[in-house]
Every structure is written in C-alpha cells, then in structure tokens.
Design a protein around this ligand. Structure first.
Ligand code: AMP
Length: 422
C-alpha cells in the first residue's frame, strides 16, 4: 500500500453514508421548519478574517490554521477553521441585512484545524451550523438551542445534556479577568504549564482546563456570574427562565468558556455522555459585537455549530444495529443473462429499466448463470430478470420474485409495471 490517509483525516465509506444522509436530511428539514436558509461559502478565506474574529491568542489562530498563499504577491489565505466569520463576511458583503434585517442562516461543510488527532477530534471534520443575525433578544438564543435539541431528538439521540454560561461583554468581562488574575497571581506556579502560558495570553481559558489541579484552583474563585453587568445579568436570567418555559433541561457551568474571542453573553455546549473526553456535540453562543467589528452596524447575533463526526459517534453509541436501520436500500432488480452473447441486449434493457427509475444492475464479468444468481442473492435484490435467447426472440423475459421464488414470463411493459408497483 503506497499511500495512506494523512493523520486526522478520515474516509466516509459507503456503509456509513446512510447515517450521514440521515443526519443531513434531518438537519435540512428541521432547520427549514424553524425558518433558516442554507448558505454556502468558500473553503478558504483571507487569513485576517479568522485572525481578527477568533483572536490572536486563540488556540486556532496560534497553532491550528492551515495557512498558505498561492504566490508571494497574494495575501495569505486559510482553509476555514470555523464558519461563523465567513457567514458574517458574506452577510455584510452581500448586504443581506438590506433584504431582511433579521437573517437566519445555516451551513453544512468541512472545516480544517491542525489539532492533535484522537477519537472525535480530527484535522478535517464537518459541521452543521446555524447563525441568527440581526437580533439581541434572548428568545433567539433559546430558538438556537431549541432547534439543535429538536435535531438531536429527531435523530434519536437521547443522552444529550445542555450546559450554559455567560461570558459577559467587553464592559464586564475585563473586571472578571482582573479578578481571575488577582486570585491566581500568587499561586500560578501550581497551574499546569499550558495554564501558566494562558495566564499571560488568554486567562479565561484556564477555567476549562481539563487538569484536575487547575480545575480545583479555579473552582475556589467566585464565578463569572457574580461579575456580570446589569445588561448581561438580565440576559442570562431571562435565558434561564425561558429555558424553563421551554422545558429544556440545562446545567449552568461557570467553567464553560469557548475558544473564540467573539462571544458575548450566552455561551453553551450540548454534550453526550458516551463520547469520552471529546464530548461536545455542539457549541455556540451570542456574538453581539462581531458584525460591527467587521464594519457593519451594531447588530445582535447568535449561533452554534454541531460537529457531524461526533453526532455520528453518538448515533452509533445509542442506536444498536444502526447498520441495519440505516442501510442503503438494495437495488430493485438484478438482470441475469443465460448466455454471455446477450450482454449488449442486457445492457440496453438495463438502460430502459433505469430510465424508468427502477434501480437495476447486471454482471459485467461473464459469470455463469448460477454465478449471476448467487451475486443477485448477495445483493439482496427483490427481483431477478432472466434474459435468454428464446425469451428475447419472443419479446418477453422471465421475472423471478426472490422472496417467493415464483417465476413468471412477462412482456417488458408488464415487467416495468410489476416492479414499480411491487
Ligand atoms: P467549535 O467550532 O470549536 O465551537 O466546535 C463546535 C463543535 O464542532 C464541537 O462541539 C464539536 O462537536 C465539533 N468539533 C470541533 N472541533 C472538532 C474536531 N477537531 N474534530 C471533530 N469535531 C470537532
């Protein structure tokens, strides 16, 4: 074997495709029910788009971007590591707000991050995401959470748990960051080496460090909720009471912070108990300042991104025998030839069947009739058409119903009718 997959990438083989189709189809249907429209943006964008929106000290910008330029005179480009910034760019570039102030958009596609690969964490992965641009109302936060939960419900995922927090705004967040700094400055040598670096570059990220000591240390510090300004506190309280009204169960986790700088107020994750350390099925939040930072008018916005690979892992964990539940439907017909000389006649008949919308195939490797029937059995087709020289001369074919074993001699037109209605 000369070539192998690069680390952190994966093939999606035909046996897995029905699960992916199930996820994609359900997502399209649910999102459209909630009034979201699909948007597609390029696979790469200018690097500055991500550097500016995610923050220079975010893990992604610091070390995970696939950045290149086609030639020296061209501005640096990056394979998209996330899709909120591209969607906001497109929203402003195409003046979508002029068409309709409140735009509800969704996307599906691959993303690229140079992360350390492990189960549920890849370097090329896929997200389905929602962005509601043009509204500050907490009810839109609830709508984004509700549509995501509805998607998981319809997919059959039951072990999903919503975790929420507020990350404040540029007014109150620095006060909390200062409090963190003051509390940690004398004990920072006890933190793990990553957190000692984060102390300088991105102190909030110390909160969600998986290291036990770091977690215990930060648990002693008053949570961000006690530092929120009036507006952020109101928003958070309204969100909590709204979730209760919607019967959505949640857990407040003051250790939850997200990796991107653009979040304001609400942040959330939906986690799955069977996924191990990479347990977030989705993550999202409000980003009320991003549109203005990109040169637009002050515009409230909220969104979330669902990791498709993780949803597939959750589906596999929850739905036993999903390979049967989500198997590709078998072909309707296998066309078997009594003699190899009939290959062209068979191929032409196959073409007619397919033109009529009947899924059908035949053997191209000159197997014996017995071999062809064995293949038809393996393919689990409900019907086999047997084409022989005598039948051909009389303008008929033999149709075998594989479940009853019954054989009938029929005209071609009768065959189409029978198979289509069967
Ligand atoms: P993020 O864009 O980092 O907020 O992530 C949103 C969701 O995408 C996460 O909750 C995961 O489900 C998924 N995700 C993020 N990074 C990866 C990755 N490297 N591999 C697979 N899924 C990922």
């Amino acid at each position: 074997m000369k070539y192998k997959l690069p680390p952190g990438t994966h093939d999606i083989l035909p046996s897995e495709i029905p699960l992916w189709h199930h996820l994609e189809k359900t997502a399209h249907e649910v999102f459209q029910t909630y009034g979201y429209q699909e948007i597609r943006t390029p696979i790469f964008e200018y690097t500055s788009l991500f550097a500016r929106s995610l923050g220079e000290s975010s893990d992604i910008v610091e070390k995970e971007m696939y950045t290149f330029s086609a030639n020296k005179s061209e501005e640096s480009l990056t394979l998209r590591p996330e899709l909120t910034a591209p969607v906001v760019r497109a929203y402003l570039e195409h003046h979508l707000n002029r068409e309709k102030k409140f735009q509800k958009l969704y996307y599906i596609g691959p993303l690229f991050r140079h992360e350390r690969p492990q189960k549920g964490r890849y370097r090329q992965f896929h997200q389905i995401g929602l962005e509601a641009l043009g509204c500050y109302d907490y009810l839109v936060d609830i709508e984004i959470i509700d549509v995501t939960i509805r998607l998981f419900e319809l997919l059959g995922i039951k072990q999903a748990q919503l975790v929420i927090n507020s990350i404040g705004c540029p007014q109150c967040r620095p006060i909390y960051q200062n409090a963190l700094k003051n509390n940690l400055s004398t004990i920072k040598t006890k933190l793990c080496s990553d957190c000692q670096r984060r102390f300088q570059t991105n102190i909030l990220r110390i909160l969600d460090c998986k290291n036990k000591t770091c977690y215990e240390i930060t648990s002693q510090i008053p949570p961000i909720q006690t530092f929120l300004c009036k507006q952020c506190r109101n928003h958070f309280e309204q969100l909590i009471s709204g979730l209760k009204e919607f019967d959505i169960s949640y857990k407040i986790d003051s250790h939850l912070v997200r990796g991107f700088d653009y979040y304001t107020k609400t942040i959330f994750e939906i986690r799955h108990s069977a996924l191990g350390s990479q347990n977030a099925l989705c993550g999202g939040g409000r980003y009320d300042n991003l549109i203005e930072e990109f040169g637009g008018l002050p515009t409230g916005a909220v969104g979330c991104a669902i990791g498709m690979e993780r949803v597939i892992l959750a589906l596999k964990a929850e739905i036993k025998n999903n390979s049967q539940v989500f198997a590709c439907p078998p072909l309707k017909v296998f066309l078997a030839l009594v003699e190899p000389e009939l290959k062209m006649e068979g191929a032409k008949f196959l073409k007619e069947l397919r033109r009529k919308g009947i899924s059908a195939d035949m053997d191209f490797e000159t197997r014996s009739l017995k071999g062809q029937l064995r293949l038809a059995n393996k393919l689990k087709v409900p019907y086999v058409i047997i084409l022989g020289p005598e039948e051909l001369a009389q303008g008929v074919v033999k149709l075998k119903d594989m479940s009853s074993g019954k054989e009938e001699v029929l005209k071609k037109e009768e065959v189409y009718e029978k198979i289509s209605s069967g």
